[in-house]
Design a protein around this ligand. Sequence first.
Ligand SMILES: [Zn+2]
Length: 205
Amino acid sequence: MFFTFSCSHEHQKAPKQEKYHKKERKTEIIVDCNYTFEEATTGSKAPDSVLAELKLINVLYYSTDGKMHSGQVLTNRRIANIIQKMFEIMLLEKFPVAHAIPIVKYHWNDNLSMSDNNTYSFCYRNISYSKHACGLAVDINPYFNPVIWKKGYEYRLNKPIGAHYDPAIPGTFSLSNPVVIKFEELGMRWGHNFTRNYDNHHFEK
Ligand SMILES: [Zn+2]
């Protein structure tokens, strides 16, 4: 998809006009998904009361290919504005997001989504401790930012399996990364600070 930023649609051959067209900038935006709300919630086992809390938002980001992409996040209405701001921050800081696609694409399978380095918020689970169950958390670039279990919990699997945490890789969070600092200023708690594990891809309200 091409978006052309131009103030004129006239086709004059005046020198000034030609000069203007040379400066015209084309920005290519790759569309990663374009679901309706109904499509993005199809197959979810969540009760209607939970689905009523959700909102589907459109987001822009630089992906790992260096190009601008558009994706979507299905999230809780209460943090939709914050999620939008988080993406604006990542765009300004040129912090890449691999892609942001509602988890319906992965048949509501969190492991498939994580292995694909996908960013998402809502995934209903019939458990109370996960804030993803009501869309009050977001996982960003999970393959670059795996969950790492702390001492005493090593028997649990780090996820996604095979992922390697290296803060030097663009799209990876660290304590000194300006993106993390700005997210925390928005009131989002980083999973890196959890007691039992470093949930490096996870931010929640
Ligand atoms: Zn999470």
